[in-house]
Design a binder for this molecule. Structure first.
Ligand SMILES: NC(=O)C1=CN([C@@H]2O[C@H](COP(=O)(O)OP(=O)(O)OC[C@H]3O[C@@H](n4cnc5c(N)ncnc54)[C@H](OP(=O)(O)O)[C@@H]3O)[C@@H](O)[C@H]2O)C=CC1
Ligand SMILES: O=C(O)CCC(=O)C(=O)O
Length: 444
């Protein structure tokens, strides 16, 4: 059995019940085979892969909180500090009822390579809870966030581990957690990113993941001789990443005709109205059923279906494993040119393979959505310097980072004879830097 297969087998055997983590490890290690083969003995002796797939630390804790009626609830909190070879742990917090250790580990593992691709000094981590913020009052969300931070503060710090947002965690939650950290530690420091701009947040962080996705998509198409202007796109999700991906796609001359949430999806042939979407999702925190009140010509459908619409570019921006083989087949049948992932691991392994076999340009999330964490790292720089940069300055740095990532993954794929395989390109480029740092730092 090859070294890669031994490590995959060991991961599956020793971490039962973590299918998303297994999926992420398989995807990365499979594409790294040619690189690992070049130095197999050295990596084996150093147990590089065994160290890479084992988190440096995983923290699991009780989060008790009181609802508005006086009832006490208990949720489980997590923080997985995966790899600090190239910088302090960095990665978001997810509050969603589906959260478990395996999901946080897959996200933390992906984050190692993503953060490496940004070119900035940040290691990989992720956290969250099975708490569901949906339908909770602001006071209940605050009570939960304060309780979560009361435990988490022991393990994080501006130079140690810097969490941010993810599904279910936006500026409201980050604000409550920042307030509690400050209160407990008596320290005003850049311990979280995605903060409000009046207390240390960076301009353009809110927009960064979605905008970054579109900067990379535009560049990837351009490398392949295609102009993004005039292209029709489908987006899934209606949260932070989806909203700002749609906004930037429209700025770039493309038209997004779909979005979705966990209950249904919208088809708007005139292009999604971003102002209405922001009002529904960011301000009123409502369901997408409300969209028809703003745009009577749009269609609302229950359940899933965005990938059945004929488009040039598909942008999954909701959650993991939301684009399946049947969806990939439908997209290919409808002539899709590119699939660029705004979410983390939204495309299943067989769907990814099908898209690649059918010559669809496929940009994996760890490259395509890296603009969020990159801008978080820019927020950390501003916090350290005690200054705030203008929106334009941050946005221009973000554009340069995303263009850099696009060329980096393209060149890495070419260098190892896998021209056009951007999954391999992203994994190779991310891996090389982290492994080099791990070897230089000795056995730790
Ligand atoms: N925020 C960031 O900066 C970054 C986020 N990401 C990734 O992007 C994705 C979206 O994150 P973000 O936009 O921040 O999260 P949000 O919570 O802002 O939005 C998530 C959206 O996806 C929908 N959704 C979530 N879970 C499911 C599900 N199980 N089935 C169907 N729809 C679902 C939500 O529906 P509903 O409205 O009903 O809840 C919502 O519309 C995630 O994969 C995240 O890890 C990646 C990089 C950075
Ligand atoms: O901004 C960050 O630190 C993390 C963003 C994130 O969670 C992600 O890239 O998946």
């Amino acid at each position: 059995m090859s070294y890669v297969d031994q490590v995959i087998e060991r991961v599956v055997r020793t971490t039962p019940g973590e299918p998303e983590f297994h999926q992420a490890v398989k995807e990365v290690l499979d594409t790294l085979r040619p690189i690992i083969a070049l130095k197999e003995e050295k990596y084996k002796r150093q147990a590089i892969l065994e160290r890479l797939v084992e988190p440096e630390r995983q923290i699991k804790f009780r989060v008790p909180w009181i609802d508005d009626s006086g009832q006490v609830h208990v949720n489980t909190g997590y923080r997985v500090q995966f790899n600090s070879a190239i910088g302090p742990y960095k990665g978001g917090l997810r509050f969603h009822p589906s959260v478990n250790l395996g999901i946080i580990k897959f996200l933390g593992f992906e984050q190692i390579f993503k953060n490496s691709l940004t070119g900035l000094p940040i290691g990989g981590g992720k956290g969250g809870s099975n708490f569901n913020p949906k339908g909770k009052s602001d006071r209940e969300v605050m009570a939960f966030c304060q309780s979560y931070m009361t435990e988490l503060h022991k393990y994080i710090g501006a130079d140690a581990d810097i969490p941010a947002g993810d599904i279910g965690v936006g500026s409201r939650e980050i604000g409550y957690m920042f307030g509690q950290y400050k209160r407990i530690c008596g320290s005003y420091e850049g311990v979280l990113t995605g903060k409000g701009v009046t207390f240390g947040g960076s301009l353009a962080r809110k927009e960064a993941t979605g905008y970054g996705l579109m900067y990379l998509t535009k560049e990837l198409l351009a490398i392949n001789g295609i102009d993004i202007s005039g292209k029709i796109c489908s987006v899934s999700g209606a949260g932070n990443v989806a909203i700002y991906a749609i906004e930037k796609a429209h700025d770039l001359g493309a038209k997004v005709v779909t979005c979705s949430d966990s209950t249904g999806w919208i088809y708007d042939p005139d292009g999604i109205d971003v102002k209405a979407l922001k009002e529904i999702k960011e301000v009123r925190r409502e369901r997408l059923t409300e969209y028809k009140n703003y745009r009577p010509n749009a269609e609302y459908h229950e359940g899933k279906g965005v990938w059945s619409v004929k488009v040039d570019i598909a942008l999954p921006c909701a959650t993991q494993n939301e684009l399946h083989l049947e969806d990939a087949k439908m997209l290919v049948k409808n002539g899709v040119l590119a699939v660029c992932e705004g979410a983390n691991m939204p495309t299943t392994l067989d769907a990814t393979a099908y898209l690649q076999q059918n010559k669809v340009l496929f940009a994996p999330g760890k490259a395509a959505n890296a603009g969020g964490v990159a801008t978080s790292a820019l927020e950390m720089s501003q916090n350290s310097e005690r200054i705030s940069w203008s929106f334009e300055k941050v946005d221009s740095k973000l554009q340069n980072i995303m263009i850099g990532i696009t060329h980096n993954i393209d060149e890495a794929a070419k260098k190892y004879g896998m021209d056009g395989n951007y999954v391999a390109g992203a994994n190779i480029a991310g891996f090389n830097k982290v492994v080099n740092a791990m070897i230089c730092q000795g056995v730790c």
